[in-house]
Ligand binder design. Structure first.
Ligand code: DX5
Length: 232
């Protein structure tokens, strides 16, 4: 039975020299998926990887692979990411002139369609597509790098989205991404998050992936059990 709150490590903080192994460690730690941070050096000031890494990871783990496209012109890459084995493709609202069309194109590829919004983008920018998107990802950092501070001023946006999703009887999940750790995760869950993306709090030198995942899971246990998302 899927837990009320899923954990998806972001591989941006993993050791790129042994990405398959690090993904396996996450799988063995019992996470519900991994998020692959695709960056083009234009939309965000960093450059990471493309569909080839998804293809390789697809062969290494049976986990749900979530491709977060922090790139200009995502429309041109949707098919390649779907063909590489992504189970979900998340595009940024800020670069989609016609967001409904992009989301429909993703769904036609038989993968889940998600939209991400940066801290400066209001919830209203995606309220019109809550019945189309499978998930909305609220960035709690300015995208581009791991290890940044969680922006608590984004909690009100998460709560507003949770209310809108409830009022519209949408099935969309809310993903929170950026600065998620055992201290900030309960805040996100209490505000209505149902998926947590965490990079540096899972892949770091202090403890193993398994220990960090367990720590994160423990930190949200109480919040996940008590909060009733539709009541938010
Ligand atoms: C930020 C990425 C996030 C980031 C998360 O640009 O989209 O997924 O890697 O890393 P932490 O959890 O360290 O903020």
């Amino acid at each position: 039975m899927k837990p009320r709150v899923s954990i998806e490590p972001s591989i941006l903080s993993a050791d790129f020299a042994r990405l398959g192994q690090q993904a396996k460690e996450a799988e063995e730690a019992g996470v519900e998926g991994i998020q692959i941070d695709v960056m083009d050096g234009h939309f965000v000031p960093n450059l990471t990887f493309g569909p080839g890494v998804v293809k390789s990871l697809r062969k290494s783990v049976s986990l749900f692979l979530d491709a977060h496209l922090m790139i200009d012109n995502p429309h041109g890459f949707l098919e390649e990411f779907a063909r590489s084995g992504a189970n979900r493709i998340i595009v940024h609202q800020e670069v989609c002139k016609d967001l409904p069309t992009v989301l429909q194109s993703i769904k036609k590829l038989k993968v889940e369609a998600g939209v991400a919004i940066n801290p400066e983008t209001p919830a209203t920018a995606v309220e019109g597509i809550l019945d189309l998107a499978d998930c909305v990802q609220v960035m709690t950092v300015n995208p581009g790098f791991a290890g940044q501070r969680f922006m608590e001023d984004q909690l009100i946006k998460i709560q507003r989205l949770r209310r809108e999703i409830g009022q519209r009887h949408s099935k969309a999940s809310i993903i929170v991404d950026g600065g998620v750790d055992p201290k900030t995760a309960p805040l996100a869950v209490r505000s209505g998050a149902t998926v947590l993306v965490a990079g540096s709090s899972i892949y770091n030198q202090m403890s193993t992936v398994a220990q960090n995942v367990a720590e994160l899971r423990k930190s949200i246990a109480e919040a996940a059990a008590t909060v009733n998302p539709s009541a938010l």
